[in-house]
Design a binder for this molecule. Sequence first.
Ligand SMILES: Cc1cc2nc3c(=O)[nH]c(=O)nc-3n(C[C@H](O)[C@H](O)[C@H](O)COP(=O)(O)O)c2cc1C
Length: 239
Amino acid sequence: MKKILFALAACFCTFAMNARTLVAYYSYTNNVKSIVNTLTSQIDCDVLEIEPAEKGLDYAADNYAIGSAQIAAIRNNPDNASSYPEIDPVEVNLDEYSTVIIAAPLWWSQMAAPMQTFLFKYGAQMAGKNIGLIVSSASSGISGVEADAHRLIPDGKFISPSLWIRSSQTSNAKSLIQTWLNEINYEALASIPSVTQYEDNEVAVYSLSGMSMRNLYSDFSNLPSGLYIINGKKTLVAR
Ligand SMILES: Cc1cc2nc3c(=O)[nH]c(=O)nc-3n(C[C@H](O)[C@H](O)[C@H](O)COP(=O)(O)O)c2cc1C
């Protein structure tokens, strides 16, 4: 039986945990999908695919008319939810992740519209998390996509640089991703969790994994392995 004594009175106690990474992606012609499949063979992560609610649209028809119209609608009115194309409902608990990697195609120098919809809905929940960005384009530079990501995740801790993979480089993604992961020191970065703070009358439990720790002070029996900072007036015993 493990006994852990928390002698509190404004002291901090820690023990080890794993931070988790979510890769959220959208892909129309499967270049980003292929990149994400490669990425998942290189890092331990969960994957979430964003899908437009309206099926079968040909975004490339008539010189990319539909995609162009969607991007224009967002550009003209970025704060209005109705500017964003509907996506299928997603089931994600962002509290579980300290790092989110967004992977999306570039459309007309912006982030593809369905991914913008996802971030419009969920970007605020990514505050304080490490945010990585992977962009696929035929040839255009990705600064507009980066600007979209910053607008939609205003309080994200952005990882620099983003990874830009041109369509023609898709088959070479493995080495490009590996170079990027080394460059951003992913291993160290992914092990530094985001901090979520919950407080109650007597004890503040700072969850470094981002999981809900509300009221845990009264019941440590279900406390998952992890790194926590406890700050309070009581002495707590976890068995
Ligand atoms: C609506 C639309 C607009 C696009 N606009 C651009 C563009 O402005 N510049 C560019 O280099 N590529 C553009 N592309 C090409 C995509 O960025 C590129 O093919 C990318 O690899 C697609 O990723 P995916 O296969 O995951 O959908 C556009 C593609 C679509 C469908």
